[in-house]
Design a protein around this ligand. Structure first.
Ligand SMILES: NCCCC(=O)N[C@@H](CCCN)C(=O)O
Length: 430
């Protein structure tokens, strides 16, 4: 059985609510909270171990092993390491009893990849912790509940490579999400929000091949690949005036030549192309491609255009899930942002978007005790700071309570699924 921890601080502490008081002070919600609080030391240690050893996309070997070990040490979980991808995993638990009809299958996702150079600047160590905490909190509560109206399967999926590549897209292709009824995860941010506009994205690498020559002695003998790269950059900058205001194109020159007196024979750029809906993305891709190709034509370079294997889709919203989550979060003392600039403008992209076209899901954002911005060294520090723990555990409680709501009231689950079908149909007809 679980005890109760009334501690708490930070945004939401202003309300004076502790997690348990805010939830209900008892009942199922109270049990979720106390079970998660009971495990806070080992959850913190899980998150710290991932944070202190940041690993890039598809190379999250130690983080994978640490999470797999975590679930091996928990009772009742069947763990598949290297599930579908080398650094992905799956952990499953089934509620006791004789299966009668459909088993409700709920998934919690853990991300754990970091960024080059600045470590866990997007706080994915906390995403992993939240996914694990919500899953064990829900399981413990369900074990105490003997009158569940349904059989339940809880699945934790470790999904690599969100920052680069899109591990969830690979896993979707491999069938890893089949059979799930609803999926849950939460992403660190600088505010609490049930939803931020997560847009669709296609990444592309552009390479120009020219011809080297001494830049002073025989410049007319060279073909300048840096000129092509600069023209490419400028073509896209000129095109920006005609882009829709909510499109985003941003790039870097990864390789711009080696020495001023050598006409560069090779340059390389990397661009991210984003539109609010995946249906618009092909239009932007085609226009960007014209910018890449015309720079090659103007300079006489050869161009190689490599669009990445996985495109990220926008997130399909589910207001039924959002309302449940917001109610639980508010009860736990969260204050959801009302800043229109944040709520209406593009956020980044996530491969969770692709998941929401296959399974109903929610991807709320959560404050971690710092005003630092994601993808900065300051955010890395905040994601590893002990102060983030209260917020991470609180969001895990809100996710687990939302899952519990669906299990205790089959009509709610039906509502979520119905909305998912309708939203997806509307999106596909856009
Ligand atoms: N909205 C989620 C934010 C996480 C994030 O920053 N994701 C990256 C993904 C980049 C993949 N190429 C982003 O830049 O949006």
């Amino acid at each position: 059985m679980c005890s109760s921890d009334q501690g708490g601080r930070g945004r939401g502490e202003e309300s004076g609510l502790s997690a348990n008081e805010g939830a209900s002070g008892g009942g199922h919600e109270g049990r979720v909270s106390s079970c998660i609080d009971d495990n806070k030391t080992k959850l913190h240690s899980l998150s710290q171990d991932i944070w202190s050893c940041p690993e890039l996309a598809y190379q999250e070997v130690k983080s994978h092993d640490r999470l797999v070990a975590f679930f091996h040490q928990e009772e009742g979980w069947r763990v598949d390491s290297h599930f579908k991808l080398d650094t992905a995993f799956r952990a499953c638990w089934h509620s006791a009893g004789v299966a009668q009809g459909h088993e409700v299958s709920l998934g919690f996702l853990c991300e754990y990849d970091a960024l080059p150079g600045i470590g866990h600047a997007c706080g994915h160590n906390l995403i992993a912790e939240v996914g694990a905490a919500a899953a064990i909190g829900l399981k413990a509560t369900l074990e105490d509940e003997h009158k569940l109206p349904v059989q339940v399967k809880v699945t934790v999926l470790g999904t690599p490579a969100e920052e680069d590549g899109g591990g969830k897209v690979d896993m979707l292709r491999e069938g890893a999400f089949e059979g799930l009824d609803v999926v849950f995860m939460a992403h660190p941010s600088k505010e609490d929000a049930t939803y931020l506009p997560c847009v669709s994205e296609q990444d592309v690498t552009v390479k120009y091949h020219g011809k080297a020559a001494h830049a002073s002695a025989y410049p007319w003998r060279g073909i300048n690949a840096l000129d092509a790269a600069v023209l490419c950059y400028n073509n896209l900058s000129a095109f920006r005036q005609q882009m829709k205001p909510d499109w985003r194109v941003h790039g870097i020159i990864k390789n711009g030549g080696v020495k001023p007196n050598i006409i560069p024979d090779f340059t390389e750029l990397e661009y991210y192309l984003r539109t609010p809906s995946r249906t618009e993305l092909p239009i932007l891709k085609a226009k960007a491609e014209s910018c890449f190709r015309s720079a090659a034509m103007a300079t006489g370079c050869e161009v190689e255009i490599e669009f990445t294997r996985n495109q990220y889709d926008n997130i399909l919203r589910n207001s039924a899930l959002e309302e449940l989550y917001e109610r639980n979060g508010t009860a736990l003392g969260m204050t959801f942002t009302t800043d229109e600039d944040v709520l209406k403008n593009e956020s980044g992209s996530t491969d969770f978007g692709n998941v929401t076209f296959a399974v109903p899901g929610i991807h709320p954002y959560f404050y971690i005790g710092s005003d630092a911005l994601n993808h900065t060294a300051e955010y890395t520090a905040a994601a590893g700071d002990e102060r983030a723990q209260f917020f991470a555990l609180r969001v895990a409680k809100a996710l687990a309570m939302t899952a519990l709501d669906l299990l205790l009231d089959p009509e709610l689950l039906q509502k979520v699924k119905q909305e998912f079908m309708e939203t997806r149909r509307r999106e596909e007809q856009r």
